[in-house]
Ligand binder design. Structure first.
Ligand code: TXA
Ligand code: MG
Length: 341
């Protein structure tokens, strides 16, 4: 059931649903989440079951914004044992917003959410509907809401309420907050290793993180500590049903020229081309779909476009490799994982 997230009665119902230990489809500025009370191991178990996600893959806890500016949100100290200085600086600069911080976990809370690890991922979202739900939850004593992306394990993340509805049985309550403004999942920075480590690129770039915390950002491969199990960082993830391949502009045009105007025995359209550059094709098998030439706009549409191409039952999606530019890192990361599936 989809309810309008801008309706206060729907927000109240959503908060009560979470407080009762049930699941909710929650809009955020990045992607829609499948939410549950982060402090309840039983509620969190329902997330893992509904997604078909292994229960040792940690989830992100979403917290309401602080009531006083510059103070960390109350939910942070509820779940995190400590906050290093550079992490506090990141919170002040980037929250509310699409940044998740991995912090040492309070041992007595959130074990199931953390997938058994002694750290916990925390994020304060900027989406007004998410904030309204998180504030209403806090009033009911729910200090944090665990929410992975609201899709079946390994599949493309949802950026509309309808996408969420399509992933889960009818009974799930989904709040509609409109299409997600960012469109790819949050940037994740591990703050448990003494220096900030980038675990997942997103809309907030490396340069922005370094400027905000005044420290160089390390790559996860360059740091000794073992990586926690983290599905968003598995090589093959975010996959549409069609096979996706990244190609250069030249390779793409060459492949299209080779196809010529031949129809073949296959169903009418079987190959989708997803490019920033305008290419030529005479083949009836080919569907040309354009990707915005701006990294933010491309991220906003990426998952919805991949879902739409899947719905047209194409077998192959040939994507023009994004430019080598820091602003495109998040989109390139998601496309590379989809191509590895
Ligand atoms: O934008 C987002 O982050 C969205 C929305 C709903 O907020 N959520 C999201 O959740 O992308 P999910 O479950 O699809 O990705 C969570 C990822 C994990 O796969 C893992 O990479 C990382 O967050 N993570 C969470 N807790 C962690 C921990 N304790 N240590 C290391 N990584 C962690
Ligand atoms: Mg996910």
């Amino acid at each position: 059931m989809i309810l309008d997230g801008h309706n206060p009665a729907a927000v109240a119902q959503a908060a009560q649903t979470l407080a009762a230990g049930d699941l909710l489809g929650l809009p955020t500025e990045t992607v829609y989440g499948l939410a549950a009370d982060a402090a309840s191991d039983a509620a969190v178990a329902k997330i893992f079951a509904a997604k078909g996600r292994p229960s040792d893959h940690p989830l992100i806890v979403h917290v309401a914004p602080a009531s006083t500016p510059d103070a960390p949100p109350a939910g942070v100290s509820h779940f995190a044992a400590s906050v290093p200085d550079f992490a506090a600086r990141l919170m002040r600069a980037c929250w509310p917003g699409p940044l998740t911080l991995i912090l040492p976990r309070r041992p007595e809370v959130g074990a199931a959410t953390a997938g058994g690890q002694d750290s916990i991922g925390v994020r304060c979202p900027s989406h007004p509907v998410a904030q309204a739900v998180l504030r209403a939850c806090a009033e009911l004593g729910v200090m944090g809401v665990a929410a992975p992306s609201a899709n079946q394990f390994g599949r493309v993340s949802p950026t509309t309420a309808e996408h969420v509805q399509g992933e889960f049985p009818e009974g799930l309550l989904v709040l509609d907050g409109g299409p997600c403004a960012v469109g790819i999942e949050s940037t994740i920075v591990d703050c448990t290793r003494g220096a900030p480590v980038l675990l997942r690129p997103g809309a907030i770039t490396r340069a922005e993180i370094e400027a905000a915390c005044g420290q160089a950002l390390r790559d996860k491969d360059a740091v000794a500590a073992p990586d926690p199990r983290a599905s968003g960082t598995l090589v093959a993830h975010y996959a549409p049903s069609a096979k996706l391949r990244l190609m250069s502009t030249g390779e793409l045009q060459q492949a299209l020229d080779l196809l010529g105007d031949e129809a073949g025995p296959e169903p009418a359209v079987s190959i989708a081309i997803y490019t920033r550059t305008k290419l030529r094709s005479r083949s009836p098998k080919v569907l040309l779909q354009y990707m915005p030439d701006d990294a933010e706009a491309a991220a906003r549409r990426l998952f919805a476009d991949l879902r739409a191409l899947d719905a047209q039952k194409v077998r192959l999606i040939w994507v023009e490799t994004p430019p080598e530019d820091a602003r495109w890192e998040g989109v390139l990361d998601r496309l590379s994982r989809a191509a590895a599936a």
